[in-house]
Design a protein around this ligand. Structure first.
Ligand SMILES: Nc1ncnc2c1ncn2[C@@H]1O[C@H](COP(=O)(O)OP(=O)(O)O)[C@@H](O)[C@H]1O
Ligand SMILES: [Mg+2]
Length: 268
């Protein structure tokens, strides 16, 4: 068999991107295709913003990336989701393992009803990663520093996470995600429940996390936020990924009329 034949015979797998979707579709209730064929790629150290009007499929797409749609009954995801070059959209993929490396932060801060310290250590302990108090101390400190929360909480690590402000709780959720040492972090409108100062601090945190080499993908309906935090942007409209490019290109030279209309506020 020649090399050429081998290439032709191989399944359409393998990619230089950390994460890539190929013709991904999502169907709810077995009939409603909420996301049409979507192909996007994501790299290490890069922040991608997913924008578009409400109900256009942003969260639906985001949930494909860590296979969260699997938890929705009668929801079917088609296409390939290549993570480190191998397709994870297969029934045999181990969700417990996958979610160690692809973390997710939601709209509402959701700290556990535990101390700040135990919030950070919960998942690493569950996965058998903590072997000594020193290891635990170090993980708590580095994770909280990465989420820019250490200085504010270092003297009250044993206090309840629920006593923190909303913005601090959200940064704790980010720290908790980072404690599993993921290489991808997904955010679904992480600032929409927060005040402007907390929002600014989360945005700075997202930027600094990207600088440490993590790939981040953020759903936002806030255009200014997309321009502040992201390197690349993808615009969704009624289930279609209509246009993608560098954030600079998307906002300064949009091509598709639907994107132009969205950016000029013709629909929300
Ligand atoms: N769990 C679900 N079951 C059925 N339909 C859903 C579900 N989640 C989302 N949808 C539908 O899919 C479409 C896209 O929703 P969504 O991804 O939440 O949009 P966005 O995040 O852009 O606001 C909408 O029509 C929505 O009603
Ligand atoms: Mg959404």
């Amino acid at each position: 068999m020649t090399d050429t034949t081998a290439t032709q015979a191989a399944p359409a797998q393998g990619t230089d991107h950390l994460l890539q979707t190929q013709d991904v579709t999502v169907t709810y209730d077995l009939t409603h295709e909420a996301l049409h064929k979507t192909s996007l790629s994501f790299d290490a150290g890069q922040v991608t913003a997913l924008i578009g009007p409400s109900g256009c499929g942003k969260s639906t797409f985001l949930r494909c990336l860590n296979l969260m749609n699997r938890e929705i009954p009668r929801c079917v995801v088609g296409g390939q989701i290549l993570y480190h070059g191998h397709d994870i959209n297969t029934p045999k993929e181990n969700l417990f393992e996958l979610r160690k490396s692809i973390g997710m932060v939601f709209q509402q801060p959701t700290p556990f009803r535990k101390s700040i310290r135990e919030n950070i250590l919960f998942a690493p302990k569950k996965h058998g990663r903590i072997h000594s108090k020193d290891e635990a101390d170090e993980l708590v400190e580095t994770s909280l520093k990465q989420a820019a929360l250490w200085d504010e909480v270092k003297d009250k690590l044993k206090q309840s996470a629920h006593a923190l402000s909303g913005g601090q709780q959200q940064r704790l959720c980010i720290a908790r995600t980072l404690a599993m040492k993921p290489d991808v972090v997904l955010y679904d409108e992480p600032c929409s429940a927060l005040d402007p100062i907390s929002t600014f601090s989360i945005e700075e945190t997202i930027r600094s996390i990207a600088e440490s080499g993590i790939c981040e993908i953020i759903v936002t309906h806030n255009m200014e936020q997309a321009t502040r935090v992201s390197d690349r942007t993808a615009f969704f409209y009624v289930g279609d990924m209509v246009e993608t490019g560098t954030t600079q290109q998307i906002f300064s030279a949009p091509r598709d009329q639907r994107l132009v209309d969205y950016l000029t506020g013709r629909f929300g």
